[in-house]
Structure formats: structure tokens, C-alpha cells
Write a protein that binds this ligand. Structure first.
Ligand SMILES: [Zn+2]
Length: 363
């Protein structure tokens, strides 16, 4: 049953996907969890990973020990401020890269300035930073090969973003800032695509590892080939892989699959549910299935109609910029992987709601 909690000696990875977004939970210790991104349950307008933790009676306040925003794209941060708000003991990790308004918001909240008119008035980003500031905490910025969490020998390392790319971003922003006037909202300090500085995470246990690919794409100066060429964190024994960027070809790096992802590795993705021909396309699915015998998707790609939302939920979604999404996006699903931590244990896989085998994603 969905509400059955894992045993204390079990590892769990839960992947939640559309209606719109991606959220992942990993149980690292006897009771401790980390959250990697968040997506809203379109029906309740609440963080789906948070709802699930509460359903299985996790003490979120104490035992959700880290929340990671892999990047600030909307499909990865739905309800993340709810998660951070509930996780009072958690560290919060994110990449040191911003879009214009995010940068100004950050400067406003954590700097000595007099207030900036470009401040984002309402966003997951602003709410998250406000919660941290009220706790006298700050975001923890990460990069390659950084240890984020270590609980009884279970570790989570970030493998990206690449320091050279962050350096480039900071150098660019400092040049742009010289031109910014207090009332000038038009100056553009956007530097590249947030996917390029997304945080890929390697979770390690005694005899198995889990690779969470975020939306990190493959580019020579910052992507998967750079991780393979420079990372000193051992990637052997990967048994579960969250495929990057919704299975898109721009995040595919064949040497990673050839060297690090065994044929019998469990692989899972969340489909993107916006735009024309969103990933994974049929070509993407065929490419993944040519390599993987155990492939899952947190949701079908096809949209399904949903009933009109009542109780002010639509208004709330509209305020979040996600109005009517439940009407035209695939319903949410959940793939749950569990195994005993003891060496040689095997995984059980459960699919809930709209989750499917990857081969059936377009049915
Ligand atoms: Zn995404």
C-alpha cells in the first residue's frame, strides 16, 4: 500500500512526475530523507513529495535533512517552499546561478541594500529565501564532488554545476551590474540556461549507488562528459538512474550509459508536459529502451482531462502561473523503489496513479 512506510533498514527512492514537474525523495538513513526538487499536486496545489512524506508518517520537521533545488526551472520547484518550510532542520542546497529577477531578489534579501524594485513579488524562489533568512540560514551553493549529506555512511555528493561555468556567470553578472540603474528592469543579467548549472547528485550506500541526473544536459564545457572526465567520486555500482532532462536527447551522453549504467540498472524519468513534442519523444524512448531492461516513467506522456478545480485551488494555481494545468496535463504518478540496505538485496518497484513502464509512456 502507498501509505506503508519503509522499514528502518530499507532504502527508498520515490520519483513523482507530472501533472507538471518532477520531485524526488531518497531515504538515506534509518529515518532520514533528502528531497531533490518538488512538484505540485495539481489537485491540492501542495508539494507532492511533502504530501507523500506526511502520508507515510515521516517526521518531516526532524528527518527531512536536506532539500535540493537542482535548478530554478518551474517544473522542478513547485511547492518547494512548502517543503523547506516544513523541513525545519534541513539544509537547503541550490546552484549559484540566477536569472535577473532571482539575482535581484537574492541581493535584496541577503544584502544591505535599500530595496530594489526588480524584486520578485511572489515566487517559490522568494518564499524559499525568506524562510531561510528568517531562520538565519542561507542557501548552500554546491559544485562538483561536494559532500552534501553523510548519514551513517550513506552519502549524497553533488557532481555539478561546473565551477568554470559559475565563474563565467559571476564574471558576466558583475559586468552587467555596473550598468544597472535602480529603476532599470530591462538590464539583462541572465547567463545561460539553468539546465547548464543543474545539480546532478550521486547517492552512495555500501554496495549500490543512485544517480539523479536533474536536467543536466550534455555539453563539452559543463555537462556529463565533464563529470566523467573530472569527477573524483567513484560512480561504480549504480543500480538506479534518474534520467536527466526528461529523457531529452540533449542530455544523453552515450559513454555515461556505456560505462556507468549497467544494462540491468533501474532507470526512471519524468516526462515534460509542455510545448510541442516534449521529451521523451518516441525516438528518446527507443534509445533508452535499447539500453535498459527496467525502465519506468512517473507518468504517461499523454494528457488527460481533469475535473475543474474548486475551493479556490484554480486561483491559487493561477497566482503561481500554472492556471488550468490540471485540465491539459498528464495526471501525476509515482514510482517507488525500495530495497534492504544489506549487501546483495534486490529492489522492489511499485507504480502508483499514472506511473507506467517506459515502453507504455505514449499509450
Ligand atoms: Zn525539467
Amino acid at each position: 500500500m502507498l501509505t506503508d512506510p519503509p522499514d528502518v533498514d530499507e532504502i527508498e527512492v520515490s520519483v513523482f512526475g507530472p501533472s507538471f514537474g518532477e520531485g524526488i525523495l531518497v531515504k538515506l538513513g534509518p529515518t532520514q530523507w533528502i528531497a531533490v526538487d518538488s512538484c505540485n499536486n495539481a489537485v491540492t496545489a501542495r508539494s507532492k513529495p511533502l504530501e507523500y512524506l506526511q502520508q507515510i508518517k515521516v517526521n518531516v520537521e526532524k528527518d527531512l535533512v536536506a532539500v535540493v533545488a537542482t535548478h530554478w526551472h518551474r517544473d522542478h520547484i513547485g511547492g518547494i517552499s512548502d517543503l523547506v518550510s516544513a523541513a525545519k532542520a534541513a539544509d537547503f542546497f541550490c546552484p549559484l546561478s540566477f536569472k535577473t529577477k532571482e539575482f535581484m531578489t537574492f541581493a535584496e534579501l541577503f544584502g544591505p541594500g535599500k530595496g530594489n524594485p526588480i524584486l520578485q513579488r511572489s515566487s517559490e524562489y522568494l518564499r524559499t529565501l525568506q524562510i531561510l533568512r528568517n531562520r538565519n540560514k542561507c542557501p548552500l551553493f554546491v559544485g562538483p564532488d561536494r559532500l552534501l549529506v553523510n548519514i551513517s555512511g550513506a552519502t549524497a555528493h553533488s557532481l555539478s554545476p561546473n565551477d568554470a561555468l559559475i565563474t563565467q556567470f559571476l564574471a558576466g553578472i558583475s559586468g552587467d551590474l555596473c550598468r544597472i540603474k535602480q529603476d532599470d528592469a530591462a538590464v539583462n543579467v541572465d547567463r545561460g540556461d539553468p539546465n547548464h548549472t543543474a545539480i546532478a547528485i550521486l547517492v552512495g550506500f555500501e554496495d549500490c549507488q543512485i544517480l539523479l541526473g536533474a536536467d543536466l544536459e550534455e555539453q563539452h564545457s559543463f555537462g556529463w562528459s565533464t563529470i566523467m572526465a573530472t569527477s573524483k567520486v567513484t560512480r561504480s555500482g549504480i543500480q538506479l538512474f534518474k534520467i536527466p532532462h526528461h529523457g531529452s536527447s540533449n542530455a544523453h551522453h552515450q559513454p555515461l550509459w556505456d560505462h556507468d549504467i549497467p544494462k540491468d540498472c533501474l532507470v526512471v524519468l519524468t516526462p515534460f508536459s509542455s510545448g510541442t513534442n516534449p521529451p521523451p519523444t518516441r525516438v528518446d524512448v527507443d534509445r533508452i529502451l535499447a539500453h535498459s531492461t527496467h525502465a519506468y516513467s512517473a507518468a504517461r506522456a499523454r494528457s488527460t482531462s481533469a475535473p475543474k478545480l474548486g475551493g479556490g485551488v484554480e486561483k491559487h494555481l493561477e497566482a503561481e502561473g500554472i492556471k488550468n494545468r490540471a485540465q491539459r496535463e498528464p495526471k501525476m504518478g509515482h514510482v517507488r523503489f525500495r530495497r534492504k540496505r544489506a549487501s546483495g538485496s534486490t529492489w522492489s518497484v511499485e507504480r502508483f496513479d499514472n506511473a507506467v513502464l517506459l515502453k507504455d509512456i505514449h499509450t
